[in-house]
Ligand binder design. Structure first.
Ligand code: CA
Ligand code: CA
Ligand code: CA
Ligand code: CA
Length: 451
């Protein structure tokens, strides 16, 4: 059902010089002494400052006290877990994968409503001045991940692509050229998989939810969630060079998200995967074995699970895990609305909340899931239960959500210019911290208006 670009809202500008991701209204030197307490409302455990800024994509739904739609947004946290900025893209109903780009911009894959349907929307966002560099809506349903290959080309994991008129399913990976509007390359799941595998062939068959260019762009790592497997697709031959998991083998992977391809020092391909329906993060290492590179490596075969983090006692539908340069793992614990940085031994060293329903997380400047050392190279292994997390209850999460609304300009404190003015006027008779808060928030509003 792919047709040329439906709506072209803005052209991407040429990338500017490298910039920091801190946002203008919260300098990198912020300390607890100068940070308004509200901006720390979302911090959980913080044993030491994080190595950079953490950007969280919040899908926008909650389940307690009742199921409801909430605002999709991006939230950035400073090293101590203080809220740096909140960005709520226009017209976006679901926020999915977010990629930090080399110049400091962020590339977001999201969904917008077009004639009642959830269509794919890409937004390139400059956090330094809170501006949209460009945005584009494509005639593809509800894409969860796409990656920019260069200024023109976008690699897209295209799900929900059934064609009822022809009785076919066109779920695929593709490279879209945004200048020409052409599809330059595509790789279809049909006929490589039988219609009976995965989900409903006539609807959401593969639910391919992740695509990463790897091996210098020669291959794509992809995650067809409903097939319970992660595949490495050779871009030139179309072969599946590596495969982890198998449809229905839920002991290996059960409807996973966001796999990351790592390589150990001795050259072993290693996959860090969020095993979502099993409520855990797993790392598999490719051991020597027959057919390991012929697409048949699978459970009990050449892959060995060398690391397991969490269970349904600790996580609730985790959907992202990134190996950081420092060797820790950043986990998006989706239905617990939080992000945790965890050591190989399971100690939670950093934790923030981002209501409601976290989808993806990125640590800047660690790149776009560039990956750090494997568990094996860190001398670790085994199963670990996350320990030391703050585990904020619902009331604290509500407070955090209110802070995010306020920073986004939708809360009671910052709902209008009048509210901001009122706060500023009152500042003469209230503690200095409120003066600082008022100034910071006013500057924040000014930057939002500029965007
Ligand atoms: Ca992406
Ligand atoms: Ca990706
Ligand atoms: Ca990913
Ligand atoms: Ca990520």
């Amino acid at each position: 059902m792919f047709r040329p670009v439906a709506v072209l809202l803005a052209l991407c500008l040429v990338a500017g010089p490298a910039t920091a991701l801190g946002g203008a209204h919260d300098g990198t030197a912020a300390t607890n002494a100068t940070t308004p307490p509200e901006l720390g409302a979302c911090a959980g455990t913080v044993t030491e400052p994080a190595d950079g800024i953490t950007v969280v994509s919040v899908q926008g739904a909650r389940f307690q006290p009742e199921v409801g739609k909430t605002t999709a947004r991006l939230v950035a946290f400073g090293p101590r877990g203080n809220v740096r900025w909140v960005y709520e893209p226009d017209d976006v109903v679901w926020s999915y994968d977010v990629d930090p780009l080399e110049n400091g911009d962020l590339f977001l894959t999201a969904t917008t409503r077009v004639d009642g349907e959830g269509m794919t929307r890409f937004v390139r966002f400059d956090p330094t001045d809170q501006s949209v560099v460009c945005a584009e809506t494509l005639d593809l349903l509800d894409t969860h991940d796409a990656d920019l290959l260069d200024d023109e080309r976008i690699a897209i994991a295209n799900m929900r692509n059934a064609d009822p008129a022809n009785g076919t399913n066109d779920d695929r990976l593709l490279i879209y050229n945004r200048t020409t509007g052409e599809t330059e390359w595509e790789w279809r799941f049909d006929p490589r998989y039988p219609p009976g595998a995965g989900g409903n062939y006539g609807d959401d068959w593969t639910h391919v939810n992740d695509i990463d260019p790897v091996r210098g762009g020669e291959a794509f790592l992809a995650s067809p969630r409903n097939l319970d497997e992660v595949i490495l697709v050779n871009r030139s031959t179309g072969d599946i060079d590596l495969r982890l998991g198998r449809d229905g083998d839920r002991s290996t992977l059960y409807e996973q998200h966001n796999p990351q391809l790592l390589t150990s020092e001795d050259g072993r391909p290693t996959l860090l995967v969020v095993d979502s329906e099993n409520d855990r993060v797993v790392e598999y290492e490719l051991r020597e074995g027959a057919n390991a590179t012929a697409g048949t490596a699978g459970p009990g075969g050449a892959w060995e699970r060398v690391w397991t983090l969490g269970s349904d006692a600790s996580f609730d539908w985790p959907r992202d895990a990134d190996r950081l340069a420092n060797g820790n793992t950043l986990v998006a614990d989706s239905r617990n609305h939080r992000v945790l940085e965890v050591t190989p031994e399971g100690e939670v060293v950093w934790e923030v909340y981002a209501p409601w329903l976290v989808y993806d997380v990125a640590r800047v400047p660690d790149g776009n899931e560039d990956g750090g050392p494997t568990i094996a190279d860190q001398g670790a292994s085994g199963r670990h239960r996350p320990t030391g997390d703050a585990d904020l209850g619902l009331a604290r999460q509500e407070e955090c959500a209110e802070t995010l609304d306020e920073v986004a300009g939708r809360g009671t404190l910052l709902g209008s210019g009048g509210a901001v003015r009122g706060l500023t006027e009152r500042a003469g008779s209230v503690p200095v911290v409120l003066v600082v808060l008022g100034l910071l928030l006013a500057v924040g509003v000014a930057y939002r208006l500029r965007g």
